[in-house]
Design a protein around this ligand. Structure first.
Ligand code: TRP
Ligand code: SF4
Length: 334
């Protein structure tokens, strides 16, 4: 039986953080290693340009950073096709075709697009670009070009997958059954809060803990985390449910440790400084193998580029095959 394809990726606007890792990367790695799927992982440089068109250097530099993050956390180029979006012209072509199948009003109502536009007031002012408003269309092209069935992503991406499904249905109803309708795959914790208590971790929010952070940086970030504000003295009983340190223990520490943290905090038998130090250890032991592997690739950028080029070549073949079907369906097969 043919393996199901899954596809996912990230915009290269910065290094990847724990939010990316727990929200979707871990799922992709698990799916990759199960051997049950055919994985495609894209570095979405064209999409990154939609809100960084004035900063091409930043996007270029981060293509390599994101590739190194992938390789060091366990995306294996022998099992997954890792590729650069801009090198697949079929995706740009599909984007043009699909743009007839979606209204401006529908794009403006997309919750992810709406939130991002609000965050990007400084870049867009009162009037957003055509390219940014339309990026869900190009994301639908990313997915359908590979006939991907499963899309492991964080919660913030759900409206984009839904919009892709609508485009697929519309295409198929007009031009005949051609495209594959994808499904999102959510992780157990599809959205990770920041150590500062913000509902989301993000580069632009300044609260991100990066996969590549060294021990000193982890220390500094964890020591500044928001704890139970009602707790003044060490023997005051605390409420771990309002504490970001406990929230992160639940992500990084085993069940026994979490139970101890919870019980001792409630009983006023645990100091916040000790509690944070223990969390630093847990995070560091999770990240240090990733960091070490990253050092290897940081010394070998050429090897990383070679992996991306080989993946891109492989990806292009698949996109070309889909393009033949699409053009036939649209009577463009001259
Ligand atoms: N929108 C995703 C992000 O901001 C990146 C992305 C581009 C993507 N194309 C995709 C994710 C296709 C999943 C499937 O990180
Ligand atoms: Fe948070 Fe730990 Fe302090 Fe309790 S003891 S408030 S869980 S840091």
């Amino acid at each position: 039986m043919e393996k199901k394809r899954f596809l996912s990726g990230d915009r290269p606007t910065g290094r990847l953080h724990i939010g990316h890792y727990i929200g979707s990367l871990q799922n992709r790695i698990k799916m990759q290693n199960s051997g049950e799927y055919e994985p495609y992982i894209l570095i979405a440089d064209v999409q990154a340009l939609t809100d960084n068109f004035n900063n091409p250097e930043k996007v270029r530099k981060n293509v390599l950073e994101v590739a190194m993050d992938y390789l060091s956390c366990g995306i294996d180029p022998n099992k997954s096709t890792i590729y650069i979006q801009s090198l697949i012209p079929e995706v740009a072509e599909l984007t043009v075709f699909y743009s007839n199948l979606v209204t401006i009003a529908r794009l403006e109502r997309n919750p992810t697009v709406k939130t991002e536009i609000a965050q990007k007031r400084e870049l867009f002012g009162e009037s957003v670009t055509y390219g940014f408003l339309g990026y869900p269309v190009s994301q639908a092209a990313d997915i359908t070009a590979f006939e991907a069935e499963l899309i492991p992503v964080g919660e913030d991406q759900l409206p984009l997958i839904e919009q892709c499904r609508e485009i697929v249905r519309k295409f198929n109803s007009i031009y005949g059954e051609t495209l594959v309708e994808p499904k999102a795959v959510l992780s157990k914790s599809p959205r990770i809060k920041g150590l500062d208590g913000n509902v989301k971790m993000g580069k632009s929010l300044g609260n991100a803990l990066y996969l590549s952070d060294d021990l000193d940086t982890i220390k500094e970030k964890v020591m500044g985390a928001v704890t139970d504000p009602e707790r003044i003295k060490k023997d005051d009983p605390g409420n771990p449910d309002v504490c970001m340190v406990y929230y992160y223990h639940k992500l990084f520490s085993n069940e026994d440790t979490c139970r101890n943290v919870c019980e001792e905090c409630k009983a006023g038998k645990r100091g916040c400084v000790a509690c944070k130090k223990q969390l630093i250890e847990e995070i560091n032991s999770a990240l240090s193998p990733i960091r070490e592997k990253r050092h290897y690739y940081e010394e070998r950028p050429k090897e990383v580029m070679d992996i991306l080029m080989a993946g891109t070549e492989n990806a292009r073949k698949v996109a070309k095959q889909t393009m033949v079907k699409v053009k036939k369906a649209m009577k463009l097969d001259y």
